[in-house]
Design a protein around this ligand. Structure first.
Ligand code: TRP
Ligand code: SF4
Length: 345
C-alpha cells in the first residue's frame, strides 16, 4: 500500500530561491516550518526549477539566491539536524516524474488553476506563455508525490496546487498501480503582514524588511512606514487594524505592548512616531539572534552547500525508490520476475 513506514508523518514544502528573506517569509512560512520540524519528518527544498518558470531569461543570480535563502533558513531556526534540506535541480528524478505526470494531466486542469491566469496578468513585461509555466503545478505535484508527503505546509494561495496534486495522484493510481497517497495542505492561519507601503510584502515592491537588515536600517524603514491613512494629525484617533505598523506589533511585540497600542492608538494617546519606535525596538530584539546566527554561518562559505549536499543525498534515496515503483507501475521497466530470470543466466 502507498504508505510510508516512518513513525512520524512526512511533510514537504518548497520555496523559490529569491535571495535574502523578508519578514513576510518568516510569518508566512518559516515560523511554521520551524515548529513543524519538531513533530514531522520534514523535507524542505529550494524550488530552483520553479523559479525558472518565471525568471528564465536571467539566471545569473540563482546560486547567490540559493545560498542567501538557505542561510536565512538556518539563521531563523530551521535545523539541518532535524529537517532535510535539498535543491530540486540536483534531483533529476523530479524532472522524470514531472514528464510522466505531464502525460496524464489534462490541459484543462492546468488552465483552470487560479494562479495561472493571475500571474500571466500580473507579471507583465515577462512572457509567461511558455510550456514550462503552464506546467508549474505539475512540477509541484512531482515534488510532493516523490516523497509521498502526507501534509504540505503552504499558504492559502498554494491550496489549488495541492488539490491538483491530489487529482494527479488519483489519476495515476487509477491508470496504473496505487503508488501515491493523496497529500493534504497543512494550513496555519497567519496574521497578515503588509509591507511598509501598505501593499502585500514582496521583494519586487521594495516594501519589505529583511531578516538581515541591521537595526539602523530597520529603524529607518519602520519610521517611513505607512500608517492608518485616516490618521492625519497627531490628535486624530487611529484604527490599528488599518495600519501595517500594528500588523508588525502583533507578530513581534509582547502582549502588553500590543494591548497598549491597540488602545492608545484609538484614543490618540500614542503618536505614530512613538508607536513605530516601540515596534522597531521589539523587531530588532527579535532579529538580533537571527543575525548573530547568520554571521556564524557566513564564516564558513561551505556550510550551506554541505548542508544541501547531505540533504540531497537523503532525498535522493527516497526519490530513487519512488521512481523504481513508478517505472514499474507504468511498465517502463521489465517486470520483477523477468529481471531475476535474466540475472540467473
Ligand atoms: N509553488 C510554491 C510557492 O511558490 C513553491 C513550491 C514548489 C512548493 N514546489 C512545492 C511548495 C512543493 C510546497 C510543495 O510557494
Ligand atoms: Fe499605526 Fe501605531 Fe499610528 Fe496607530 S499609532 S496608526 S498603530 S503607527
Amino acid at each position: 500500500m502507498p504508505e510510508n513506514t516512518h513513525s512520524r508523518p512526512r511533510i514537504l514544502s518548497g520555496m523559490r530561491p529569491t535571495g535574502r528573506l523578508h519578514l513576510g517569509h518568516w510569518v508566512g512560512a518559516l515560523q511554521n516550518w520551524i515548529k513543524l520540524q519538531e513533530q514531522y519528518e520534514s523535507y524542505y527544498f529550494v524550488a530552483d526549477w520553479h523559479a525558472l518558470t518565471t525568471h528564465y531569461a536571467d539566471t545569473s543570480e540563482i546560486q547567490d539566491n540559493i545560498r542567501e535563502m538557505v542561510t536565512d533558513w538556518v539563521a531563523a531556526g530551521l535545523d539541518p539536524k532535524k529537517a532535510i534540506f535539498f535543491v530540486q535541480s540536483q534531483l533529476p528524478e523530479h524532472a522524470e516524474l514531472h514528464l510522466l505526470f505531464s502525460m496524464i494531466t489534462p490541459l484543462g486542469w492546468l488552465e483552470r488553476v487560479p494562479t495561472y491566469k493571475e500571474q500571466i496578468e500580473n507579471l507583465q513585461g515577462r512572457d509567461l506563455h511558455t510550456y514550462g509555466f503552464l506546467g508549474y503545478p505539475v512540477l509541484q505535484a512531482a515534488d510532493i508525490l516523490m516523497y509521498k508527503a502526507a501534509y504540505v505546509p503552504v499558504g492559502e494561495d498554494q491550496v489549488p496546487h495541492v488539490e491538483l496534486t491530489r487529482e494527479i495522484a488519483r489519476r495515476f493510481n487509477h491508470f496504473y498501480e496505487p503508488v501515491f497517497p493523496e497529500p493534504q495542505a497543512l494550513l496555519t492561519p497567519v496574521p497578515r503582514l503588509r509591507g511598509t507601503d501598505g501593499r502585500r510584502m514582496s521583494k519586487s515592491y521594495e516594501n519589505s524588511i529583511l531578516l538581515c537588515d541591521p537595526p539602523e536600517e530597520v529603524n529607518k524603514k519602520v519610521l517611513s512606514m505607512m500608517t492608518d491613512p485616516a490618521r492625519k494629525r497627531r490628535t486624530d484617533p487611529g484604527d490599528p487594524d488599518k495600519c501595517p505598523v500594528f500588523d508588525h506589533h502583533k507578530v513581534f511585540s509582547p502582549p502588553e505592548v500590543i494591548e497598549r497600542v491597540n488602545r492608545e492608538c484609538r484614543t490618540a494617546e500614542i503618536g505614530c512616531v512613538e508607536c513605530k519606535k516601540l515596534m522597531a525596538q521589539h523587531l530588532n530584539r527579535f532579529l538580533a539572534p537571527v543575525q548573530e546566527r547568520r554571521k556564524t554561518i557566513e564564516q564558513d562559505p561551505k556550510y550551506v552547500w554541505d548542508v544541501l549536499e547531505e540533504g540531497t543525498q537523503k532525498a535522493r534515496s527516497v526519490a530513487q525508490e519512488t521512481m523504481r515503483e513508478v517505472r514499474s507501475a507504468m511498465n517502463l521497466i521489465p517486470a520483477q520476475g523477468e529481471l531475476s530470470e535474466v540475472g540467473k543466466d
